[in-house]
Design a binder for this molecule. Structure first.
Ligand code: AMP
Length: 215
């Protein structure tokens, strides 16, 4: 299956996408945020161009996101798109790219929260990312493992775009695009909206139920 996992910053997309690839064998997680950060870290020409968008919490232009993402869409692949598409233009380009490869998305899961302030507090209150693996943790409910216990050696750091101003921009950008995106996938009959204010395990269970593969 080809699955897209969408939602505002802080709803837990990364955490749920990780759980999905850990449970569903053969699935790859394609995170556009990671693709963007890889370019920035490698200081490529594109990386230099998009750093200012990323660090300010602004969306990276559609054509750049598409050029980074489309090459990863293997025709026979099983994948979870994390944070992509984020605009209607991206969704339409994704539809065409997948049509050319013989099949569209099977499921679009939108994680939805009624509490934008809560999302900002959640991220600022302890989101950490492993520099070694890219995995996302949270100090309160999914703490980074101690070095001797785990395959993930860290270090675990706050992301450069985890500041209040950037988070507010990300939420505002998401709010503008969310309804047209949801409508697009609702019309295709592949949309499921999941309550992201529920406990983490409940969210995971709702996602697997929507996929037709209850755990
Ligand atoms: P994320 O890791 O999903 O929180 O994304 C981090 C940042 O990368 C966003 O704030 C944007 O600057 C950029 N980004 C990631 N995915 C997209 C996308 N699909 N469209 C536009 N910008 C994106």
């Amino acid at each position: 299956m080809k699955i897209a996992l969408l939602g505002a910053v802080g709803v837990g997309k990364g955490t749920q996408a990780q759980r999905m690839v850990e449970t569903l064998s053969n699935y790859t997680r394609i995170s556009t945020g990671e693709l963007v950060r890889n370019q920035i870290e490698a200081a490529t020409d594109i990386g230099t161009e998009i750093k200012r968008y990323h660090d300010r919490g602004e969306p990276v232009p559609d054509e750049i996101i598409l050029s980074l993402t489309i090459p990863h869409l293997q025709p026979a692949g099983f994948y979870i798109l994390d944070g992509f598409p984020r605009t209607l233009v991206q969704a339409q380009a994704l539809d065409s790219a997948l049509d050319e490869r013989g099949g569209g998305l099977d499921h679009v899961i939108v994680l939805e929260s009624a509490d934008n302030e809560g999302l900002i507090e959640r991220v600022l209150g302890g989101r950490r990312q492993s520099l070694a693996t890219g995995r996302v943790y949270h100090l309160n409910n999914d703490a980074p493992p101690s070095p001797e216990m785990s395959m993930d050696p860290g270090p675990f750091e706050r992301r450069s775009d985890d500041n209040e101003e950037s988070l507010r921009r990300q939420i505002s950008a998401y709010s503008q695009e969310a309804d047209p995106l949801k409508k697009h996938y609702e019309e295709q009959g592949i949309l499921t909206v999941v309550n992201a204010d529920a406990p983490i395990d409940e969210i995971t269970a709702s996602i697997f139920e929507a996929l037709g593969t209850p755990r």
